[in-house]
Design a protein around this ligand. Structure first.
Ligand code: GCU
Length: 667
C-alpha cells in the first residue's frame, strides 16, 4: 500500500528512456565488506532492484558498467585511480565516471566507509530525480560535522510535541528485540547525511542513564552504527541525586564530579562511540548549576571533563528564560551566555534555537549567532511543528531554515550569514511510530530538508523541495511543479493566518494549537500572548528598540540599526521590534490595521489555493496518499479561517477600526 512508509526512498521503476540510460552504467558492483559498505551495497541493490527491476551482482573485477564503491584502503582499484580525496574528511565523497583498464565504470570513493555510503545515496538520488549518470564529476563534503536529530521522546513512549504517534523506541522490548524499523530509520537518516541522534527528551528524567537502559541504548547504537549514526542522550543535571543517591548535584562538589566520571566510563563501556550528552539546565523548571550558585559554564565544563577522556561532547542548550515582570524574555539567552564565551571546555557546544523566543512561525535570527566566536555553536531548529499547526497543517520549513541560515549576522563583519557561524545543526524530530513516520505525508519533507540543509547550508529550499517532490510523489513535471509551488508558499501562509507582520506567541496555552491572542492571566507574564503583542487603543507590537526593551542592542551594530529603524526593518519583523500605531503607513500604502487584516485574509486564501492545486493532482497521485493530504488541507483551511476570524475579531475589539473594504473576514 502507498501509505508513505518508504519515505523518499521509494525506488519506483523509472521511465523506459532513463532505464535505457542507467542500465549500461549499473551492471555490477565492486565493493569490499564491512558493516558500512554492506549497508551501501544493500541500499544500491535495493535501489537498482526497484528502479531498473534488475539485480546488481557483486563482482571481484571491474567491467563496463561496474559501480566501484569504497576507499583507497578497502579497494586496490580505487587506490590506483588516485582520486582527489584530500580535504573531504571522513564523510565527504567523490563520484566520477572513469576509465579503468579499458572499461567505463562509475566510482564512488571516500576516505572512510561512511563517505562511500553517503556517496551511494547521492548516486541513488540522482537516479530518483531523473538525472543522467554519465560524465559524473561530483565532489561533496558536509558543511558541518554535527547533523543531529533531537528526539523529545520519553521512556514511556510519549513524545513531547510529537504529532506522529508514539516513540519509535520500544524500550520494553529492547535490547533483545530490535525492530527492523530501526534500520529503516537509520537508512532514511543516512540518506540525507544525519549523523547523530539524541534518543531522549530534553525534559526527560535520569532513568535512561541507569545500567538497565544503557543496555537498550547500546542495542540501538549497534543498529545505527553501520549507517554512520552515533547515539547521544539527554543528561538531567540532577541525575547524581536521582539515580546516584548523592545529596547534591553541585558541579564543583568532588563526589558529583566523580559520579559523572564513573557514569561516562560506564556509558562508553557499552557504547564505545557514544556521541555525547545534551543538557537543558535552569530552563523551564529543569535543574541546573545555578541552583548551587554556579554558572552554565561550571555545569557544562564539569560534564565535559567527564566526557573528554572518551572523546565525548557536551551539548549545552541556550534556551533559558525566566523574565521578571517588565523584562523582555527575548533578551535572556544572550544576557546569560554572551559573557561566558571563552569559558567553555573545547568539547562543549552551545545549542541555540534559530530565534530568541521559541520556534515561532517566523522569528528574526538569534543574537547569539556570530557573537560567541570562541564557542562552537549549534543551530537548533524544530522539525516538529509545535507552533505551526502540528501534523495537519501543510508547512514546508525548508524556507524558514534557509531564511535563518542566510541571515547576515554582520559579526565579525557584514557578509557573515548564520550558516558561516555554526558548527552543526540540531533538529527537534517530528518522527514517531505512525506508518508514515511524521504524521503527514508533507511533514516528511521537513525531515528531509533538515538533513539536506545540515549537510549543505547553501542549497536552496526550492531545490530541496523539488528533489523531495520527485522522490516522494513523481518525476513528472506536471506533479513536481504544482507540489513545489504549494510547498514554497506554505510556511508564509501559516505566518499570514497565525502571526503576520512579526507578531508571535499568540497560540493557545500549553498545547499551542489554535489562536488565543486574548490570554493574559497565565502564571508567568512571559507566557501571555498579550505580553507579546501589546495591542492597545493606539497600536500594536513589542517595542524592542531603545525606547522599549532595547533587545535590538544585542545584535551587531548594522543589524541593530536596521531592526531599530522603521524605514529599514522588514514588514515581516515589524511588530517583533516596534510598537506602531494602527494608522501607520505600510510600504504597501495601506494602514497597519488594513495590512494586518489583509495578511490574515491572504493566509486563508493561500490555503484555499493549495487545496485547489492539490485537487488538480487527483488523477496523478495514488489514492491513499492523495486522500490523506486532501483531508488535511480541508482541516487546514477550516483552521486558517478560525485563526483569522478569532484574531481579527479580537484585535478589532482593541483597535475599534472597521474592516478594510473587500476583506473576507466576517464582520
Ligand atoms: C518549547 C516547548 C517545550 C520544550 C521547550 C524546549 O517551550 O513548548 O515543550 O520543552 O521548548 O525547547 O526545551
Amino acid at each position: 500500500a502507498e501509505d508513505g512508509y518508504d519515505l523518499w526512498l521509494r525506488y519506483k521503476p523509472v521511465e523506459p528512456k532513463l532505464r535505457a540510460a542507467y542500465a549500461p552504467l549499473t551492471r555490477n558492483i565492486v565493493i569490499a565488506e564491512s558493516p558500512t559498505l554492506d549497508a551501501a551495497r544493500t541500499e544500491l541493490q535495493r535501489g537498482i532492484g526497484g528502479m531498473l527491476s534488475a539485480q546488481l551482482p557483486v563482482s571481484e573485477t571491474a567491467t563496463d558498467g561496474s559501480v566501484l564503491i569504497g576507499t583507497p584502503k578497502s579497494s586496490r582499484l580505487i587506490a590506483d585511480l588516485r582520486l582527489p580525496l584530500t580535504g573531504l574528511g571522513r564523510e565527504g565523497f567523490v563520484i566520477e565516471s572513469a576509465r579503468l583498464a579499458g572499461h567505463d565504470v562509475t566510482v564512488i570513493a571516500a576516505n572512510d566507509d561512511v563517505g562511500a555510503l553517503y556517496g551511494t545515496f547521492a548516486l541513488l538520488r540522482r537516479m530518483q530525480t531523473g538525472q543522467l549518470l554519465d560524465h559524473l564529476a561530483m565532489r561533496e563534503a558536509p558543511a558541518s560535522g554535527l547533523r543531529l536529530l533531537n528526539h523529545w521522546d520519553n521512556l514511556d513512549r510519549t513524545v513531547e510535541r510529537g504529532y506522529a504517534g508514539f516513540s519509535l523506541w520500544d524500550w520494553h522490548k529492547l535490547p533483545q528485540w530490535r525492530d527492523p524499523r530501526y534500520t529503516d530509520y537509520a537508512r532514511a537518516n543516512a540518506s540525507v547525511g544525519i549523523n547523530g541522534t539524541v534518543l531522549t527528551n530534553v525534559n526527560a528524567n535520569a532513568q535512561v542513564l541507569t545500567p538497565l537502559y544503557l543496555k537498550k541504548v547500546a542495542a540501538l547504537a549497534d543498529t545505527f552504527r553501520p549507517w554512520g549514526i552515533r547515539v547521544y542522550l539527554t543528561a538531567r543535571f540532577s541525575a547524581p541525586i536521582e539515580i546516584g543517591h548523592l545529596k547534591t548535584a553541585d558541579p564543583l562538589a568532588p563526589e558529583v564530579r566523580a559520579w559523572w566520571r564513573a557514569k561516562a566510563d560506564e556509558i562508553y563501556r557499552v557504547v564505545p562511540d557514544f556521541g555525547g550528552l545534551l543538557v537543558k539546565a535552569n530552563s523551564e523548571g529543569q535543574p541546573g548549576p545555578q541552583e548551587y550558585g554556579r554558572s552554565h559554564a561550571d555545569g557544562a565544563n564539569m560534564l565535559a571533563d567527564a566526557m573528554a577522556p572518551h572523546g565525548g561532547t557536551v551539548i549545552w542548550r541556550a534556551f533559558v528564560y525566566n523574565a521578571k515582570p517588565g523584562e523582555d524574555r527575548a533578551k535572556q539567552a544572550y544576557e546569560e551566555f554572551h559573557p561566558l564565551d571563552g569559558q567553555f571546555r573545547p568539547n562543549v557546544m552551545l545549542q541555540v534555537k534559530n530565534g530568541p523566543i521559541d520556534f515561532q512561525p517566523r522569528e528574526p535570527f538569534h543574537p547569539l549567532f556570530g557573537q560567541m566566536p570562541k564557542t562552537p555553536v549549534v543551530l537548533e531548529v524544530q522539525i516538529t511543528k509545535e507552533y505551526l499547526g502540528f501534523a495537519t497543517h501543510l508547512a514546508y520549513l525548508g524556507t524558514m531554515w534557509e531564511e535563518v541560515l542566510r541571515a547576515d549576522t554582520c559579526s565579525p563583519k557584514c557578509g557573515t550569514p548564520v550558516s558561516r557561524t555554526i558548527a552543526g545543526m540540531a533538529g527537534v524530530s517530528n518522527i514517531g511510530a505512525d506508518r508514515n513516520w511524521t504524521g503527514s505525508q508533507f511533514d516528511q519533507a521537513n525531515w528531509y530538508a533538515f538533513g539536506r540543509l545540515a549537510w549543505n547550508h547553501d542549497i536552496a529550499a526550492r531545490d530541496i523541495a523539488e528533489e523531495w517532490a520527485r522522490m516522494t510523489w513523481s518525476n513528472n513535471d506536471s506533479v513536481v511543479k504544482p507540489v513545489v509551488g504549494m510547498m514554497m508558499q506554505s510556511r508564509q501562509a501559516v505566518v499570514n493566518y497565525m502571526t503576520p507582520l512579526g507578531l508571535h506567541h499568540l497560540m493557545a496555552t500549553d498545547h499551542h494549537y489554535g489562536p488565543s491572542p486574548w490570554v493574559n492571566n497565565l502564571k508567568r507574564e512571559d507566557w501571555n500572548p498579550t505580553y507579546f503583542h501589546r495591542a492597545d487603543a493606539k497600536g500594536i507590537g513589542f517595542d524592542r528598540t531603545s525606547t522599549g526593551s532595547n533587545a535590538v542592542s544585542q545584535y551587531a551594530p548594522p543589524v541593530r540599526d536596521c531592526f531599530a529603524r522603521l524605514n529599514c526593518v522588514s514588514d515581516d519583523d515589524l511588530l517583533w521590534f516596534h510598537h506602531v500605531p494602527w494608522t501607520y503607513r505600510m510600504r504597501s500604502g495601506r494602514t497597519l490595521w488594513d495590512e494586518l487584516v489583509g495578511r490574515y485574509d491572504l493566509g486563508v486564501q493561500q490555503v484555499h489555493d493549495m487545496r485547489r492545486t492539490w485537487d488538480s493532482l487527483r488523477s496523478r497521485i495514488d489514492d491513499e496518499r492523495f486522500q490523506q493530504v486532501d483531508a488535511f488541507l480541508g482541516i487546514q483551511e477550516e483552521e486558517a479561517q478560525w485563526w483569522r476570524d478569532a484574531s481579527v475579531a479580537y484585535f478589532q475589539s482593541i483597535s475599534k477600526r472597521p474592516l478594510p473594504k473587500g476583506s473576507k473576514t466576517p464582520a
